[in-house]
Write a protein that binds this ligand. Structure first.
Ligand code: SF4
Ligand code: SF4
Length: 252
């Protein structure tokens, strides 16, 4: 992550970069050429001002569990637990499975938040120690799903069916204007949810909160031109879900 306004122009990052991916421009300040960057993270290690920050850290399962258990009284009092989200937890299935197993040993509730795009054997192995699945479904139409994500929804819907047969499952839908917010799509999704035994659907209206993160990563936010959905429209979609017999919540 970069915070350009914090840069003090010391040029330490320019000097340490092994592939000359950072240049000091008199007008633009320090510029990272991400196409050259090999992610060695050395610039983040030497930056004295917090202008380049290494986001995230490598942790073992034991270290994560220790961190989690420091809040044990909170979990006990609230009835809460741990949700492993992403990115995509199924891209690190061994770690996620071992973490869930360790959380189970501590009698903590564990939820998997997934896009559902993985081999079933992988998902099944991770689900063994999970209590709840938060399952993203982005579109019920295969063609529109390919347009929006580059992949068909066939494997995802099949995995949702299988996962719901094993564990409690909540469907989550990021509602993107002009992509998946039609009444027809939500009707189909609600009927699908009822059919597989999902407990509820969470309708998550599009927002622009990701924009600053994209800027800090030097990337262009692809949905910048989209406008938020009207509350009345989201309420209507919620009613459609409820009419189909599926509990619906908005924004969580
Ligand atoms: S992370 Fe990228 S930009 Fe930073 S020092 Fe390494 S190669 Fe250079
Ligand atoms: S090391 Fe940090 S403060 Fe120094 S030039 Fe690079 S980004 Fe700026």
């Amino acid at each position: 992550m970069t915070y350009d306004q914090k840069c003090i122009a010391c040029d330490k990052c320019v000097e340490v970069c092994p592939v000359e991916a950072i240049t000091a421009d008199p007008l633009q300040g320090r510029v990272i050429h991400r196409d050259k960057c090999d992610l060695c993270l050395k610039c983040g290690e030497v930056c004295p001002s917090g202008s380049i920050v290494i986001a995230g850290e490598y942790m073992t399962v034991d270290e994560v569990v220790k961190e989690v258990m420091s809040d044990e009284p909170f979990y006990k009092n609230s009835g809460g637990g741990v949700t492993v989200s992403g990115g995509e937890p199924l891209s690190q299935p061994t770690f996620t499975r071992e973490l869930f197993k360790a959380l189970k040993d501590k009698s903590l509730h564990a939820a998997l938040d997934t896009c559902g795009f993985a081999k079933w054997e992988v998902m099944e192995s991770v689900l063994e120690y999970a209590d709840l699945v938060l399952f993203d479904i982005k579109h019920m139409d295969a063609g529109r799903h390919i347009t929006g994500t580059g992949q068909s929804n066939a494997l995802i819907l099949e995995n949702a069916r299988k996962a719901a047969a094993k564990k409690r499952l909540w469907i989550r839908v990021p509602l993107i204007p002009q992509f998946n917010d039609s009444e027809e799509n939500i009707q189909q999704l609600a009927e699908f949810g009822v059919g597989i035994g999902a407990e509820q659907v969470s309708l998550l209206p599009y927002h622009e909160w990701g924009t600053p993160s994209y800027e800090r990563l030097g990337r262009t936010y692809p949905l910048e031109q989209l406008e938020r959905l009207e509350d009345s429209k989201v309420e209507k979609l919620k009613e459609i879900c409820e009419g189909a017999g599926l509990k619906a919540v908005i924004g969580k």
